[in-house]
Design a protein around this ligand. Structure first.
Ligand code: GTP
Ligand code: SPV
Ligand code: MN
Length: 632
């Protein structure tokens, strides 16, 4: 029975049923009994495997088709009336053509099956931030995942009332045919269509499709921001709390940073990190002139491999109950799960993510195809499971941001941390981000590519307009957060990570927040922005071997804080090429000015001038480079 009288919702459901032609329509009210029954049905059909209910209560394993293991960027479309509005780095399709194509593919595909109607809210139901979505799907797996990742049920429909203001999401699994897979967004119609996939970001339509692609478009028009960012809170020994948001590309450390456990001496002093969100932030200007952020999600869809009690205790704990695992290995001795990096010992009897027996003796670290779990295997866990979930997690007004951090995987060039000179320079740094690709999307991994603000795959409109929106937001916010860039992934010539990372990233966070104080700690002004003095990063009680014969020490720290202006001169050229050849148009003048400054700062004569290094940060002036030619 329909859970609402809202005409627009009923029309959307009826139109969807006309296309899919399901035997049955089931409305998801989010009740425990309904969810339990769906789990039982999925276990019966083999869609879910029930795990050891003593060790992992209410936990299940799901395996996707081998052709359906990650987001598919080349099959993800922004369908705007004018091609130009989707911009140069989104795939575009004419809306009319897209609807026809999708309808043709999905027509009749739900015959003999059930279509579920999921009313959900991104953000706390009833809060100013919250937006309602209705996803129809023929997959129980999608229902159960959405039920963890979002706030699902009748309350969402009650909040919506008679309004037309909701995002329509149509998902049909069809035959999971990769050749006919389309993830289509219609920002001008508040609509998403996904066909022929049953994996994560392609089908949990509240997540990347709505909360980033559609929401970024809404944010542009309504004066707020939807960003691919974690949000965390730092509690100081005296009880003061500060919040930061950080944008790293997929599989580059958001979940890990969001839940980090500080090194022991920080804990002893009374420092604490709390997680508000691990993937998405919706950000608005508050009445107090600061930026306030909420996490619109209700759970974590986290990368499993590499997660263990040491690297991310809080994430691992989050997966101990009520969790759905996707494409990890099944330990058949005790019906628990396993993945590479969970423990040193490998399970003796194990079924890999494709459903085949796995022989640990054939495992080769360097050969991904010998892994028991897919490199992009994931857990879907309720946020409330997380031992360090922030008391502000359900806050209706969100948390005020002291800092925004950008970062990516950069084997060289980018130092451990640096700070922008001001908001616009920070926007420039975000716009110029590059990172090595990961298994989170299909295609080659380890390839350096531009990923501005970690939003390359997620901005629902023209990237130049998106940059301009950031610049505009800077004008609206009286007390903007300071903007930083970090790089946990610097490597030595043998490919070893030079920074310990994980919990030790606390040491960098501490410096970042000290820079946000009214009396900021000193810094060194370089060609690219403010870099810490090595002695201002706490490396006490740090025991890390970069390699067998090199321990991490202050010299190693200095090395990863170095700004090599020759390399940065090349980087600047590279950025210019990206602006000109890839983004092409609509880049705000403010960013061209920053690029010009960077180029000038990296010219040999300028670079040799050591005096700037002696200046305390407060006395330091914005880079003095003359502005020359302007391109806009
Ligand atoms: P998405 O969910 O795809 O958006 O990913 P994410 O940004 O949340 O990344 P996540 O925290 O899951 O980390 C992805 C991978 O990066 C894991 O394999 C981690 O082990 C690794 N990683 C995270 N933080 C660090 C770090 O500080 N140093 C190093 N070397 N690796 C890290
Ligand atoms: C990402 O790829 O950034 C993810 C996973 O968080 S997915 O939901 O598949 O997009
Ligand atoms: Mn993500």
């Amino acid at each position: 029975m329909a859970l609402t009288k809202n005409k627009y919702v009923l029309d959307f459901v009826a139109e969807s049923a006309e296309i899919g032609q399901p035997d049955k329509i089931v409305w998801i009210d989010g009740s425990a009994a309904q969810i339990k029954a769906l789990k039982e049905e999925a276990v019966k059909s083999g869609e879910l495997i029930k795990l050891n209910q003593n060790l992992l209560p209410d936990c299940y394993l799901h395996r996707t088709k081998v052709n359906d293991v990650a987001r598919v960027e080349d099959r993800t479309f922004i369908c705007t009336k004018n091609r130009e509005d989707a911009g140069p780095i989104n795939y575009w399709m004419d809306p009319k053509q897209a609807y026809e194509l999708a309808n043709e593919i999905a027509r009749g595909s739900m015959k003999g099956r059930t279509m579920y109607v999921i009313p959900y809210s991104m953000g706390v139901v009833g809060s100013d931030f919250a937006k309602i979505g209705i996803e129809v799907t023929d997959s129980i797996y999608v229902v159960l995942n959405m039920n963890i990742m979002t706030r699902v049920g009748k309350a969402c429909l009650d909040f919506l009332g008679k309004s037309e203001d909701f995002i329509k999401g149509f998902h049909a699994k069809c035959n999971v045919d990769a050749e006919k897979r389309y993830i289509m967004h219609f920002p001008e119609d508040n609509t998403i269509i996904s066909v022929n996939s049953a994996y994560g970001g392609n089908v949990l339509l509240g997540k990347k499709c709505f909360a980033l692609r559609i929401a970024s478009y809404l944010g542009k028009n309504e004066g707020w921001m939807a960003e691919h960012m974690l949000i965390l809170g730092v509690t100081y020994p005296d009880g003061e709390k500060k919040y930061v948001a950080a944008a790293f590309p997929s599989a580059c450390g958001k979940t890990n940073l969001a839940m980090l456990i500080p090194p022991k001496h920080y804990l002893d002093m009374g420092y604490k990190i709390e997680c508000v969100g691990d993937d998405i932030a919706w950000i608005r200007v508050g009445e107090d002139g600061r930026l306030w952020a909420v996490n619109p999600e209700n759970g974590f869809f986290g990368v499993a491999p590499g997660t263990n009690a040491h690297s991310n205790y809080n994430a691992l704990e989050s997966t101990k109950r009520g969790t759905i695992f996707t494409n990890v290995a099944l330990n058949t001795d005790d019906m628990t799960v396993w993945w590479e990096g969970l423990s040193k010992e490998m399970p003796e009897h194990c079924i890999d993510w494709t459903g085949k027996p796995w022989d640990r003796n054939k495992f080769d670290k360097k050969d991904k195809s010998t892994c028991s779990a897919h490199p992009n295997s994931r857990f879907t866990a309720p946020a409330t499971n997380c031992p360090c979930v922030s008391p502000e997690f359900n806050s209706k007004k969100g948390v005020p941001l002291s800092a925004i951090i950008f970062g990516g995987r950069r084997a060289s060039t980018t130092p451990l941390v640096y700070q922008s000179r001001d908001w616009n320079h920070g926007v420039f740094i975000g716009s110029a981000m590059s990172s090595e690709t990961t298994a989170a999307a299909t295609g080659a991994t380890g390839v350096l590519r531009h990923d501005p603000m970690a939003m390359k795959p997620f901005a629902g409109y023209h990237m130049g307009d998106y940059f301009a929106h950031w610049v505009e937001m800077g004008k609206k916010v009286e007390h903007p957060p300071k903007i930083f860039n970090v790089n946990w992934f610097r490597q030595d010539k043998d490919g070893n990570f030079m920074w310990p990372g994980f919990g030790d990233n606390m040491r960098v966070l501490e410096w970042i927040l000290k820079r946000c104080d009214d009396n900021p700690v000193d810094a060194v002004e370089t060609a690219i922005g403010y870099v810490p003095k090595a002695e201002d990063i706490d490396i006490s009680e740090l025991d890390y071997n970069i390699s067998d014969n090199k321990k991490f020490d202050i010299e190693a720290l200095k090395e990863i804080l170095t700004v090599d202006t020759e390399k940065w001169a090349k980087e600047a050229e590279e950025i210019e090429g990206y602006y000109n050849d890839t983004i092409q148009s609509r880049i705000p003048k403010e960013l061209w000015d920053c690029l010009e400054t960077l180029k000038n700062n990296c010219k040999p004569a300028k670079a040799e001038k050591p005096a700037a290094e002696e200046q305390p940060a407060k006395a330091a002036k914005p880079a003095t480079a003359k502005k020359t030619s302007k391109k806009a």
